[in-house]
Design a protein around this ligand. Sequence first.
Ligand code: G6P
Length: 614
Amino acid sequence: MCGIVAYKGKKNCYPILINGLKKLEYRGYDSAGIACISGKGNITISKRSGKVKQLEETLKKNNVHKKCTGTGIAHTRWATHGRPNQVNSHPHNDQSGSIVLVHNGIIENYDPIKKFLKSKNIKFKSETDTEVLVQLIGYFYNKGKLTFEQSVRAALQRVDGAYAIVVLNKNEPDKMIAARKGSPLVLGINEEEFFVGSDISPIINYTQQIIYLEESQMAIIGEKDYEIKSIEKDISLPKVVEKIDYKIDDYDKGKFKFFMHKEIHEQVDTISNTIIGRTKGHNVLLNGLMEYWSQIESASKIYITACGTSWHAGLIGKNLIERFSEVPVHVEYASEFRYNKILVDNDSVVIAISQSGETADTLAAIKKANDYGAITIGICNVPGSSISRETDCGVFTRCGHEVGVASTKAFTAQISILYLFALKLAYVKKQISKSAMKAHLDFASSVTKVKSILRKENYIKKIASKYKNASDFLYLGRGLNFPVALEGALKLKEISYIHAEGYPAAEMKHGPIALVDKNMPNVFIVPKDKTYDKIISNIEEIKSRKGKIIIITDSKEKVLKDLANDLIVVPKTNHYMFCILATIVLQLFAYYIAVGKKLNVDQPRNLAKSVTVE
Ligand code: G6P
């Protein structure tokens, strides 16, 4: 799982590659590397463990950046096979040193191939599955019977799993070969200049002429021209060039120390950006869905599939859609959806939620839904991303670049879209009146209440500092706020490495309560709704076992003050907006705990912003 960028042209490839890697770090950041090839076929490989910034410093120190040529490949890694050290970093080369390659994906049958190659006296340096692939290409090539292109094809025909690769060969320095199966790969084309990327982000500021390589295709890139071919057969395929009218602005931390902090604050604007232009009076306008709307509104069931934070948004979406429109909704982890027996058919709608639009499991789930004939909807943040392209229709969350690995503004934007979708569906099904619609849509004005949460930041920071040394947390909520509890616990785990569990507040009696003692903080999300009295009882149950109580509520009732060790009151709004406000409190709470522990909030250990392997 990783990010790939490559360049072939007349410019020095270094700035293109290093800046590209920075844009791709969301796919992994435990090691990085670059290989350049000169016209005479000298290959220089530079790689190291650590982040792209550290690679950049090393390359500058060694003056590599000045010596780079017009052809190079680069990689930022999230370790799958083999520790994140220098040897296991990409690019990898074959034993002869002729072939060098970067890879995103997993070669599943690496073990038998490795055994075979070892029996042919090929020595391995790394613990990676990737080295098996490059050695296999080298094995075919060095036997002398196959060309470079034929060797790459022969090797790819023998590997199982997922891959996006770019390969160079020192004996054919004018050629670069890219190929994909399972993992995405994009080509950028200019006059006598070619780019390859895991997505368009490292490319789009140089060219808008883009080819999305299809499954099992390879690109053979020469000095002036290129061909698209099939991996299975040596046949040329049509070049489907798309003009992508999109630029990626530089996005920096501004006055903030961490992107996550900035992104939490941006929610004052991002939630309204998501909504603006999508409501008119009592109407919801979701233009991206209109082509398929008649099928969407008549579907008998809806599935929502996603991973991580986006899956939590899906749970909130289920609650909203079922509540307003009474259409049954199933929420499935994408990794389960893709392998379980799922009763999806051409009368179903499948909604994929993904910030990045690149999560491998969600992408595979949506492909399965397409195969079953369902109408597929993408709720993505990144235009041009794989999931936004694979779905029949969709709605972009429009919350801008999200860099912090722990998703914040994308989550609240996803909830906002799901809210609009649920209302629209309910309205066409005549389940909700005009005036109720209008009242709901006025919730957009509640966005100013986000500001009032941010004004409480120092107060939340103080509370966080009291609990930063706890080793376990419980997060408890009911109904719509059960997913909020899950999301609060996930935020804490991701960035502070403290164990936390989210539970429906009443369900905690069936197990988690056994964990409660005087050291255990319990975060309760308590809106003044129909479950209010029930949740007060749940708090009492924890309190009587000496657990510490942190309450997030919109109620000013004294009973809460009496029960809570710490109380955070958010402004009154409707039930749905309350979820958003409570989430922002929990984001800040997790953020300040992690900052208090002096951790790298934006790039926590072992995680990646987008998980591009299954
Ligand atoms: C990773 C990230 C999470 C994210 C999840 C799904 O685990 O660390 O923050 O929620 O992937 O990503 P997606 O881009 O599909 O929303």
